[in-house]
Design a binder for this molecule. Structure first.
Ligand code: DQQ
Length: 582
């Protein structure tokens, strides 16, 4: 199923249909193997340090995936994450644990939860934290109880509430709290959400699942003691043809401002967001909608497409994300996982795999139609030497190099402007059915255009043998302009392993072009290019593996390949210091 995880969106449907027929009409989803002893290969940490990140979260070695149970508790941020203590590929998963005061610099602690009881002997998979009244944190997580991957939902509580870091966690003997009934596929039943309390005083959670290829979030309710969970009459929501739903997240957002809301908040002037991770496509999708508390049902707005063509939190390598309410700064924070795009052999050789994108503040766009994301402001404490460029014109075919900072480990913010939209290329009506990513593969950064392509060439070698362009291209569709944002890995590395994944990731940016301006921010970190278009309306994370464009051999350019002259109104770029991670 690795092919599915790394495929271009165009490929997904035929492959899925093939699986359908191969398996006599029974859909098989990308699945997790449970290995009890395998994968305990020792790591060779020194194999390659070239692509390790300087300020994106990663442990010193081995495999990581989903962020788990993030919370802000007594002035400390807690990050748990799926971690293989024995190797650089998925397996032997425990909940590793780090704490932080700023979401950027982290102190590693001992794993908090690991297989040890009958109710989690074969695995401790993803889950969430809830802070109960009386300031009592509790974790809900999925336990794997047998080699058939039977999944149950367990809880864990801190062993010592006076430890400021909550290092040790207890899994009481009345676990599991929830087991699948006969109607539920017990090997696709996982990743409990943070709980929220309804007006009736009962707690509610969601668990991701699937039935007949209809993805769904099953709701469970408990009374105040949090210990007695019963399945609700119907799922909170489901959608046909979407496959298994992993790592659901359900939370309110304010219609009035950018502040976050407690997960249980349900007053006026709010919408709800349902995010699910599609196991089949490996993208994190969300809808904006209304939570009907009487029916305990969620209804996506008709402006939110409910399926594979819908909104994504990030149009790149970003999966299994989770938010939490940061009561210290009154904001909602989003965490995610960016897997490698390198080959598994290379992952094993380098001894590590997986990083976490920078935590993002997340809020509802004033249009009410989408979310907006922005790296937490604390990241700016790592900004060091700065270079600046103002009012620089770029004619067609021109580029300008940004020098004087460590461009392989940098934060770059730029505002582009143009004087007219007249030269925007026509949007080919046949592309309407394609994903943005497929349009970007056709109209790459070197294909000359009208208005765009313009943007950054990140992690570029001197003579452009390697580079990862992050750029915009503006099209004129019959009734509106369409802004395409691409982060194109197709020329990112001279390594030519056939199985290395080099996608032309892309998304559309729903932005008003009345002021004829577009902004772009890219966080460049050796093998990560994490970009935010139009102030965070469209986000794309790419994982890339340059061989020439490394350390001080990397270059950064701003380019324009469109007929319309582009102005760099302002560009600010900083060298980024290393975060303290170990
Ligand atoms: N990863 C966990 C599962 C979850 C998946 C296992 C998503 O609980 O569904 O490591 O990446």
């Amino acid at each position: 199923m690795e092919i599915l995880r790394r495929s271009s969106s165009l490929w997904v449907l035929p492959i899925l249909l093939l699986c359908f027929f191969i398996n006599n009409g029974v859909f098989v989803d990308a699945s997790h193997k449970v290995y009890m002893h395998l994968q305990s290969t020792t790591s060779h940490v020194d194999a390659s340090k070239v692509h390790r990140t300087g300020y994106h979260f990663q442990p010193p070695k081995n495999w990581i995936n989903d962020p788990n149970g993030p919370m802000y508790y007594n002035g400390v941020y807690h990050l748990f994450y799926q971690y293989n203590p024995k190797g650089a590929i998925w397996g032997n998963i425990v909940w590793a644990h780090s704490v932080s005061k700023d979401l950027i610099n982290w102190i590693p602690l001992e794993p908090a939860i690991y297989p040890s009881k009958v109710f989690d002997k074969y695995g401790t998979w993803s889950g969430s934290a809830t802070i109960l009244p009386g300031n009592k944190p509790v974790i809900l997580y999925t336990g794997i109880v047998d080699a058939n991957k039977t999944q149950v939902q367990n809880y864990a509580i801190p062993a010592n509430m006076s430890d400021p870091y909550l290092r040790k966690w207890i899994k009481p003997d009345n676990n599991p709290l929830i087991v699948a009934d006969k109607t539920i596929n017990k090997s696709q039943f996982r990743d409990p959400t943070t709980a929220w309390m309804g007006r009736d005083g009962n707690w509610r959670i969601l668990v991701g699942s699937v039935r007949n290829h209809r993805g769904k979030v099953i709701m469970y309710k408990s009374n105040k003691n949090f210990m007695k969970w019963t399945k609700a009459k119907h799922p909170l929501h489901s959608a046909p043809g979407t496959g298994n739903w992993e790592c659901p997240d359900f939370f309110p957002v304010s219609l009035k401002n950018k502040n976050g809301l407690d997960t249980s908040y349900n007053g006026k002037d709010i919408k709800h967001v349902l995010k699910v991770s599609f196991d089949v496509t490996r993208f994190d999708h969300y809808t904006i909608g209304t939570y009907d508390t009487k029916k305990d049902k969620y209804f996506p707005d008709n402006t939110s497409i409910d399926g594979w063509k819908g909104l994504r939190l990030d149009y790149g390598n970003y999966y299994a994300s989770k938010t939490f309410f940061d009561s210290g700064k009154n904001r909602r924070i989003l965490l995610g996982w960016a897997n490698e795009s390198d080959t598994v052999d290379n992952d094993v050789r380098k001894g590590w795999a997986g990083v976490h994108p920078i935590p993002r503040k997340i809020w509802l766009d004033p249009s009410g139609k989408q979310l907006v994301q922005w790296p937490v402001q604390e990241l700016e404490t790592l900004r060091k030497k700065k270079v600046q460029l103002n009012n620089k014109k770029l004619n067609k075919g021109k580029k300008v190099e940004i020098k004087g900072i460590t461009v392989a480990q940098a934060d770059v913010e730029v505002i582009f402007s143009f004087t007219s939209l007249d030269k925007a290329e026509p949007f080919d009506p046949s592309w309407a059915d394609l994903y943005a990513q497929d349009v970007c593969a056709i109209k790459g950064s070197t294909v000359q255009g009208g208005l765009g392509p313009f943007g950054l060439l990140t992690l570029a070698s001197k003579n452009l043998e390697e580079y990862t362009p992050v750029f915009f291209r503006i099209f004129k569709a019959h009734d509106k302009y369409k802004v395409l944002m691409c982060s194109d890995a197709s020329r990112s590395s001279l390594k030519n392993e056939t199985t290395m994944y080099k996608p032309s990731f892309a998304g559309y940016v729903d932005v008003d072009l009345a002021d004829k301006k577009l902004s772009l921010r890219s966080l460049i970190d050796h093998s990560v290019v994490e970009s935010f278009g139009a102030g965070g309306k469209t986000c794309i994370t790419s994982r890339v593996y340059p061989t020439l464009a490394i350390f001080d051999k990397a270059h950064l350019f701003v380019f324009n390949n469109g007929a319309e002259r582009i102005t760099i109104e302002t560009l600010n770029a900083w060298s980024m210091a290393n975060a303290k991670l170990h």
